[in-house]
Ligand binder design. Structure first.
Ligand code: FES
Length: 164
């Protein structure tokens, strides 16, 4: 699935920056450590905004295109921050034919954000995913680790209300 850059401004702290610069300093002699540095960076910031990708590219002396290419290619890297409640709607075939697209649309409408975006208060983020192996419960979505199944559009508001 195509990844979208964050819809929110970058708000990294000095402390996070210092941690990342230390990781880069430890690894910059070896360009094959790029992915390891990016994993550490994601651990520090929770995601890889463009500003962080630039710091990594400068520090590791590789092109920003290279860092961006790795960040978008591997599913483990996220370009957008996750909210306190990360909602993931399964758009796999079984869920899709049972109306998961409607759930996804309704969530976008209620939260006022698009897919792969985070609300300005960082409470909710929304994404779509492929089959999570719970097709018998289709259509399904997850909120953090919790799975909700056999849903209709009308259930969405209640699920959001439980996220307090
Ligand atoms: S298609 Fe949604 S869980 Fe399998």
């Amino acid at each position: 699935m195509l990844k979208k850059m964050s819809n929110l401004p970058f708000n990294g702290t000095k402390e996070q920056e210092e941690k990342l610069l230390a990781v880069i300093a430890e690894n910059k002699h070896d360009k094959s450590r790029l992915m390891a540095v990016m994993q550490e960076a994601q651990g520090i910031y929770g995601y890889l905004p463009l500003e962080v990708q630039k710091m990594i590219a400068d520090g590791m002396e590789v092109s920003l295109e290279k860092v961006y290419g790795v960040a978008t290619f591997y599913a483990q890297f996220s370009l957008a921050p996750q909210g306190q409640y990360h909602i993931s709607v399964c758009l796999g075939t079984a869920c899709y034919v049972k109306g998961a697209g409607l759930l996804y649309d309704k969530l976008q409408q209620l939260l006022g954000i698009g897919g792969d975006e985070c609300t300005p208060d960082r409470k909710f983020s929304l994404t779509a995913c492929r089959c999570i192996g719970a097709c018998g419960l289709a259509p399904v979505l997850t909120v953090n680790e919790e799975v909700y199944g056999r849903l209709s559009e009308n259930d969405v508001e209640g699920i959001l209300a439980k996220c307090e």
